[in-house]
Write a protein that binds this ligand. Structure first.
Ligand SMILES: CC(C)(COP(=O)(O)OP(=O)(O)OC[C@H]1O[C@@H](n2cnc3c(N)ncnc32)[C@H](O)[C@@H]1OP(=O)(O)O)[C@@H](O)C(=O)NCCC(=O)NCCS
Length: 197
């Protein structure tokens, strides 16, 4: 399939609802975020786009249909912290409704206590990429990635990084195919970086 008719554009607030639908359908249930209700997840997207410059979607303009999205920037972690601080009660409620994530969070906190600080090569982080189920394997993710890399290249970035769950083989294959290198592993995650020179 050709992606010629699909264009990459910046995400605006009015796109959040379509992005939420893709998010729900494409992320499996190992991701805590996929359990959050629309009003809450939208607040997270909002924080991401306020603090991070590189937030894109891929859309077929003719049919007015969004098929994938990518959020990245230098303050993805900061955005997550702000979101967590401002919505702590709703997040605690979601955690209590899905206790397996409480165990996971406790393990993570403990592991961080007992392990030397996780120093990563790149401050620029790609925090989420997702493509609607129907359009997986069609080159949408690649087009999003290429657009993002062009933009950060223009801004002078040389490197960016991301992390993915160890069991997410499709995403891991996608990153390996696209010249990412493994930086480290920690708990359930594999950390990748990519040199864009
Ligand atoms: C990760 C993601 C963005 C990649 O987009 P994609 O359109 O699936 O990418 P590709 O079609 O290039 O597939 C990537 C690789 O996955 C593998 N793959 C393909 N079909 C697969 C399947 N059914 N099951 C497992 N792996 C598969 C292949 O190795 C493929 O490489 P190939 O083209 O050499 O065959 C997309 O799969 C997705 O949205 N996943 C859910 C959200 C997610 O996990 N995001 C990443 C974490 S933030």
């Amino acid at each position: 399939m050709s992606t010629n008719n699909y264009i990459v554009k910046e995400i605006k607030k009015e796109n959040f609802s379509s992005i939420y639908k893709i998010h729900k359908e494409t992320f499996d249930k190992t991701h805590f975020l996929s359990y959050l209700k629309e009003n809450l997840l939208v607040k997270y997207y909002e924080k991401l786009i306020i603090y991070n410059k590189y937030c894109y979607m891929i859309a077929n303009e003719k049919e007015n249909e969004i098929n994938g999205f990518l959020f990245a920037g230098y303050k993805t972690h900061f955005a997550l912290n702000e979101f967590t601080k401002e919505n702590k009660f709703s997040i605690i409620f979601a955690l209590l409704s899905h206790p397996k994530f409480i165990v996971e969070k406790i393990k993570l906190v403990l592991a961080k206590q007992f392990n030397p600080k996780l120093e990563l090569k790149a401050d620029l982080r790609l925090i989420i990429i997702g493509v609607s189920t129907q359009f997986k394997g069609a080159g949408m993710a690649l087009k999003l990635l290429q657009h993002f890399e062009n933009e950060i290249g223009v801004d002078g970035a040389k490197l960016y990084g991301l992390s993915v769950r160890k069991g997410n083989q499709r995403a891991i294959n996608f990153y390996l195919k696209n010249k990412f290198k493994i930086e480290t592993t920690f708990m359930n995650s594999v950390y990748f970086y990519k040199d864009i020179n």
